[in-house]
Design a binder for this molecule. Structure first.
Ligand code: PBG
Length: 343
């Protein structure tokens, strides 16, 4: 006998003896059976499309660090909202690139009823009334230092920031926003926003809390997109969650729900699937993930280099959110995914 011929050890069991006749590959044998037993599915109804706004008209400015993503003037944003609605995307989320001259220490331009976010909301609502509009309410696009709060003596001042954010939320609701999404992680912001909305007749405007927003390096390309790159002094660790923590994320979500949040969001997405699953299991609330700029750009960059199949990785990453328990995903891939899903 050739000594390199593998031999079964004496007394070794055959596969049926090991598996007890349970063969998990049976249901994988054909496309039809794989489809039949598929547990999770990505549909266009799962998508929220974040778009970037800028001033002027007829502007579509490319963003270096985010291939195929543009800063859009309001008229272009309206066109894209129309396209999104035609594709069946339920909602868009808007993020403004505010011109430097309008930024100040307190981010006071957020309180201008005619600022870029509010102007875009009005224009989109008028032209595409049936698409949901989610507005991010945070000071960072408006502050000269790029922080999400009012900065005084090197400290982000919580309660004054909350007052300003709540007032801004009312203006966003008045412009027509359907969902207010506070992304600043100040303590007490959800309750303050809920009170302010209710006191101004906006009981039906929902709050999607960026309940668990982690201090993350994955936001890099976004900061180029909204023009806060280079402005930010220090980091956001005194208000975003330490990315080492999971129990703290549960406490944040619990607090936001107690204050009146209608939906929870986890951000970034893919590196935090464990948090998504924990929150969904714990609270059984509508739960969303934000596949952030860095996640998007990593896929685009690897695909551009020919290292991965970009569209397959895109779809696989989005399905991972569904598997983890998400009801939906904010993703820059939304229109491309919707096109693919439409076939
Ligand atoms: C801040 C905000 C951030 C993002 C959206 N709003 C993070 C930050 O700049 O610190 C990130 C979105 C992305 O990376 O796609 N309010």
């Amino acid at each position: 006998m050739n000594k390199f011929t593998p031999t079964k050890p004496a007394g070794a069991r055959n596969v049926d003896e090991i598996t007890g006749s349970r063969r998990l590959r049976r249901m994988r044998k054909a496309d039809w059976s794989r489809r039949l037993v598929q547990e999770n599915r990505l549909t266009v109804d799962d998508l929220i499309w974040p778009i970037f706004l800028t001033g002027g008209t007829n502007v579509r400015e490319p963003i270096d660090a985010m291939p195929d993503v543009f800063r859009l003037s309001v008229d272009q944003a309206v066109r894209e909202a129309e396209r999104a609605a035609k594709l069946g995307i339920p909602a868009i989320a808007t993020f403004p690139n505010i011109e430097a001259g309008r930024k100040d220490e307190a981010g006071s331009h957020i309180l201008d009823p005619d600022n870029l976010i509010n102007a875009a909301t009005r224009a989109i609502k008028a032209a595409v009334p049936h698409i949901g509009i989610i507005t991010d309410v945070a000071l960072d696009p408006f502050t000269s230092h790029g922080h999400d709060g009012i900065l005084r003596d090197g400290i982000i001042v919580n309660d004054e920031t909350v007052e300003q954010v709540a007032a801004a939320a009312v203006l966003q609701a008045a412009a027509g926003a359907d969902i207010i999404a506070p992304s600043d992680m100040m303590d007490g912001r959800i309750g303050a926003i809920r009170d302010a909305l209710d006191a101004n007749g906006f009981q039906d405007v929902a709050i999607m809390s960026y309940a668990t927003k982690f201090a993350s390096a994955f936001y890099g390309p976004y900061r180029e997109a909204i023009g806060t790159q280079g402005l930010l002094k220090g980091d956001k660790k005194t208000y975003y969650i330490d990315h080492a923590n999971s129990d703290e994320a549960v406490r944040e979500a619990e607090q936001d729900l107690a204050e009146g949040a209608d939906m929870l969001m986890v951000k970034p997405g893919l590196p935090y699937l464990d948090i998504i699953r924990r929150l969904k299991d714990e609270f059984a609330m509508p739960t969303f993930a934000y596949q952030v700029s860095g996640e998007y750009s990593m896929i685009k960059a690897a695909a551009a280099n020919g290292w991965i199949d970009g569209e397959k990785v895109m779809l696989e990453s989005l399905l991972a959110f569904k598997r983890a328990g998400c009801d939906g995903i904010l993703t820059y891939f939304a229109p491309r995914v919707a096109e693919i899903l439409k076939g």
